[in-house]
Design a protein around this ligand. Structure first.
Ligand code: SDX
Length: 374
């Protein structure tokens, strides 16, 4: 392959962004100039969502207004609810999320307006409604009654309420909120680039987010948090972990939750999420997965010099919180809607059609032979 080809766009800078800065050399990530771990310590997810969408942190009045907007948009149409009821119960919830956002696009009263203001309003609607749709499916597939959202609950609190019918301890909700903050934005990752590519033909926000969800589903991207849990369940006990990881490395298997295209000496979000994983494990009085986590991590760093990415601690944390494994990546979705939407708006504001080239290596020019002579 020619050296001019950058497969996977490895190392290629394709545009500018003001939304986030990933600094692998100092293991740091900032959203609009604020360090992600600082935002986790001082803000809730709604404040960070506002920051990502509106470029500045909100004051009290702006935050109140933003929460009011979200709460106004949180319920689903009768049409979307009836579609959710008809979806096969064994469908992957990522496909349900994709379908739900697509239906929201059919129903949105501003679907043809891609002005910055209309796009912001639509982003808020998608952000508000997607957790409601996912929680409804969570209940429906278990044959349980859908639980309506409550106006007085936070974004994170409401998701627990709608899935489980109760809100857990404050520390658990905080850990969930932190995971949403850490998942909210990460520059030109594959799903965000997908959203920007779709937007670059001047297509609409619902289409771009639908495409981004499909991209996030893959196990090399967001789907990894689900795969991490499958791996930990396979390992089962800390006593099995060393043997398991040694065999996986011998077989040259890809170990889920490890490695990153940009960070080569550790994902800056991991230490924060690892700390909240620990707190959740203490509350749940279950350290099994923490022990497995540590053994696999130690071997991966020692033997391969490959570090965990953020999906490694989120997987077992969501498991301890009680979520079904196939709901981990949809949780990533409800947070990343903020980053995707900001990138869609940024792409619209300074658009250039994304259309790279390919080096052709197929058949030489040949003549078409009529069907009856082939
Ligand atoms: C996310 O981009 C983002 O920002 C994404 C994300 C976000 O917030 O949006 O951070 C979220 O998607 C995190 C990544 C989740 N994926 C996984 O955990 C899946 C497992 N990891 C990988 O397959 C891999 O590390 C990638 C896909 C994440 C990165 O792939 P690259 O950059 O294309 O690197 P590569 O696969 O070519 O690996 C380079 C080398 C290879 O060895 P050699 O052939 O050079 O000898 O490192 C090895 C790989 O085999 N390697 C691994 C490994 N990751 C890399 N070996 C075993 N297990 C792994 N996980």
């Amino acid at each position: 392959m020619s050296d001019d080809i950058k497969k996977g766009l490895l190392g290629i800078v394709v545009d500018e962004t003001e939304i986030s800065k990933v600094m692998p050399e100092i293991n740091s990530l900032t959203y609009r100039g604020y360090a992600a771990q600082d935002l986790c310590a001082r803000c809730d997810f709604e404040e960070v969502a506002y920051l990502i969408l509106n470029k500045e942190l909100p004051n009290k009045k702006q935050l109140k207004e933003f929460k009011k907007e979200l709460s106004k948009e949180i319920t689903l149409s009768k049409n979307l609810l009836s579609i959710l009821k008809k979806i096969p119960k064994n469908s992957h919830p990522m496909d349900v999320a994709r379908t739900a956002v697509s239906v929201m696009g059919l129903e949105d009263k501003e679907t043809k307006d891609s002005s910055p203001k209309a796009n912001l309003r639509k982003a808020i609607r998608i952000l508000a409604k997607t957790p409601t749709a996912l929680a409804a499916f969570y209940r429906l597939r278990k044959g349980k009654k859908i639980i309506a959202p409550k106006k007085n609950l936070t974004f994170s609190g409401n998701f627990f309420h709608m899935c489980f019918g109760k809100v857990p301890e404050k520390e658990i909700v905080k850990a969930f909120d932190v995971s949403l903050i850490l998942y909210a934005e990460h520059s030109f990752n594959v799903s965000t680039f997908t959203a920007r590519t779709i937007t670059s033909s001047l297509s609409d926000i619902h289409g771009a987010i639908t495409g981004a969800i499909a991209s996030l589903k893959g196990p090399l991207h967001g789907g990894a948090n689900e795969e991490v849990m499958h791996m930990m369940k396979k390992i089962k006990k800390p006593e099995n972990a060393l043997k398991w990881i040694t065999k996986a490395l011998k077989n040259k298997d890809v170990v889920m939750g490890f490695g990153h295209r940009v960070y080569k000496s550790g994902d800056s979000r991991v230490p924060t999420m690892r700390e909240y994983f620990k707190r959740v494990a203490i509350i749940k009085k279950d350290k099994t997965f923490e022990k497995i986590y540590d053994i696999v991590e130690k071997v991966m760093i020692k033997e391969k010099n490959i570090y965990p990415n953020v999906d490694y601690p989120t997987g077992p944390t969501y498991h301890l919180m009680g979520f079904d494994t196939d709901f981990f990546t949809p949780i990533f979705v409800i947070s990343r809607i903020t980053g995707w939407s900001a990138h869609i708006m940024e792409q619209h504001a300074a658009n250039k059609l994304i259309r790279p080239l390919a080096s052709y290596k197929g058949s030489k020019h040949r003549k078409v032979i009529q069907l009856n002579q082939r």
